[in-house]
Design a protein around this ligand. Structure first.
Ligand code: ADP
Ligand code: GLC
Length: 489
């Protein structure tokens, strides 16, 4: 294939700004596509909390952004994704992005990202760099394909194909209809087969209607979102576009998440020599105030504490688990206040047995992945999930519910059978989770050799982007060919 110009447009990118796995994906996949010989670049807003990792250069020319009644002026910054030559550009505009949070609760949330979409297109023009394909991520980028298909249609930029990746269908970016005018889109786009949905603008829906091709982050989730139960109200649109929708399993950045080289760990380890994992366990117990004990089964949790992740099910049964099983829990997360408090209280009630850190802490996340014996992820829905893959790579078999990407990445272990990388359960309730934890415990204590085999199989799986990056390239080709009507050689 000829050298393609690929632009990633995203609200988050590791290591600069991260809320969840979307950042991990956008921080890693572009590098992998670049190593396959393509010209890849990334654009992201500049928030007040963005970490300026590496060398940053302010671009001299101001950026005129066509939104609202008069153009607004933005600034742009240029750096690279660390460890690569992939350019990363950040759009600076104090009014819209000079705040700590990526996604805000304010009324202007969707408008901020409409501004961002226009700004990225303006920056392409300023750079004189017209991508062959623009890879959009979730609702924040939903208006970009509409802009290309309408106001920019007859410009060189308007010929760019778009690939729209759904990372999470639950967040759709709802906004007042005035966002259409604000974004300088034709008023006619406010209709049910474009931006409108139940009397509001829906940016996710707009992206789904207008993108050349749609992907989501696992094959199972691609099936689930076309059903009434899993479609979050957009199953109709997704069925309508079913021929243009595929699931491509997320990979992990195998260099950034490597137990043999992880700078956040007190000791390194590998499948060939697991001894360092015991030091990580001791350090984790110390860090979270757990009683030092090399033999007890430690269960780890690292997650956003939101309904989707099902950790309320763990919060409900945790006391029961700790009273009946010989286990410790190492918990890191933030989100839903009720779940946060439930974990805080349980930690107070069972000192030495339950340690909870409420907050966001990248280093502790790694220590939990490495130092735990098992990882708990009872998601109600999981488009892909990266933490279960990190856990397997760090020799920590995950306990997961059979949904979305968890089905595609974790193979269930059954007693006496020579396969499995984790413990899978089906029902989204605390009793089923309790049973799965019990099953994992029994394997850990009663069949240590089988447990070791589960651990090693997980560590030996290749979850790197090398597997999925070529599928994205094929998808780019597919999008470009259908957009331009020409066959790529
Ligand atoms: P999601 O994107 O739905 O949150 P993923 O499993 O795809 O789920 O990715 C979550 C990412 O966010 C992982 O890199 C995980 O380590 C990180 N993460 C989640 N919660 C925290 C936290 N409290 N502190 C540090 N990292 C976290
Ligand atoms: C979303 C999903 C998660 C997925 C991540 C990266 O945040 O909730 O399952 O792994 O995006 O694609």
């Amino acid at each position: 294939m000829r050298r393609l110009k690929v632009l990633f447009v995203s609200p988050e990118v590791e290591p600069f700004v991260k809320v969840g796995g979307l950042a991990d994906m956008v921080g890693a996949l572009p590098k992998e596509i670049a190593t396959l010989g393509h010209d890849v670049r990334v654009m992201c807003p500049l928030y007040s909390t963005t970490k300026r990792v590496g060398e940053w250069r302010a671009r001299e020319e101001a950026l005129g952004v066509d939104v609202g009644p008069e153009a607004r002026w933005a600034r742009s910054w240029e750096t690279v994704l660390p460890g690569s030559a992939v350019p990363a550009y950040f759009i600076e505009h104090d009014w819209y992005f000079g705040r700590p949070e990526v996604y805000s609760e304010s009324d202007d949330n969707a408008f901020r990202f409409a501004f961002f979409c226009r700004a990225t297109l303006a920056l392409c023009e300023q750079l004189g760099w017209i991508p062959d394909v623009i890879h959009c991520h979730d609702w924040t980028t939903g208006l970009l394909p509409v802009m290309l298909n309408t106001t920019l249609k007859d410009t060189p930029l308007g010929r760019a194909a778009t690939v729209f990746t759904i990372h999470n269908l639950e967040h759709q970016g709802l906004a007042h209809r005035s966002i259409v005018e604000f974004s300088r889109l034709p008023a006619a786009e406010y209709r049910a087969t474009s931006i409108e949905s139940h009397g509001q603008a829906n940016l996710m829906k707009a992206g789904l209607y207008h993108a050349s091709k749609i992907t989501t982050v696992s094959p199972s989730y691609a099936r689930e979102i076309r059903t009434r139960d899993g479609g979050c109200g957009l199953d109709g649109v997704l069925q309508f576009r079913a021929a243009d929708l595929i699931g491509i399993l997320n990979g992990i950045d195998a260099q950034a998440w490597n137990p043999e080289a992880d700078a956040a760990l007190p000791a390194k380890f590998s499948a060939a020599d697991l001894s360092g994992k015991a030091s990580c366990k001791a350090a984790l117990q110390m860090r979270l105030g757990l009683t030092p004990d090399p033999h007890i089964a430690v269960f780890g949790v690292v997650a956003r504490l939101v309904h989707q992740k099902g950790l309320d099910l763990l919060a409900e049964s945790l006391g029961h688990v700790v009273e009946r099983m010989h286990v410790q829990f190492a918990i890191l997360g933030s989100g839903d206040e009720k779940v946060e408090n439930a974990f805080r209280w349980t930690a107070e009630k069972y000192p030495g047995r339950v340690g909870a850190h409420i907050g966001f802490d990248g280093r502790l996340a790694r220590l939990i992945q490495a130092g735990s014996d098992l990882f708990v992820m009872p998601s109600r829905a999981e488009p892909c999930g990266l933490t279960q893959m990190y856990a397997m790579r760090y020799g920590t078999p995950p306990i997961v519910r059979a949904t979305g990407g968890l089905v595609d990445t974790v193979e269930n272990y059954e007693e006496g059978k020579d396969r499995g990388t984790g413990f899978v359960f089906r029902e989204a309730n605390s009793a089923a989770l309790y049973q799965a934890i019990g099953r994992a415990c029994a394997t850990y204590y009663d069949r240590p050799q089988e447990f070791r085999a589960v651990q090693l199989r997980g560590m030996q799986r290749d979850f790197s982007w090398a597997g999925s990056a070529p599928q994205y390239l094929e998808c780019y080709r597919w999008a470009i060919e259908s957009r331009t009507g020409t066959v790529l050689d």
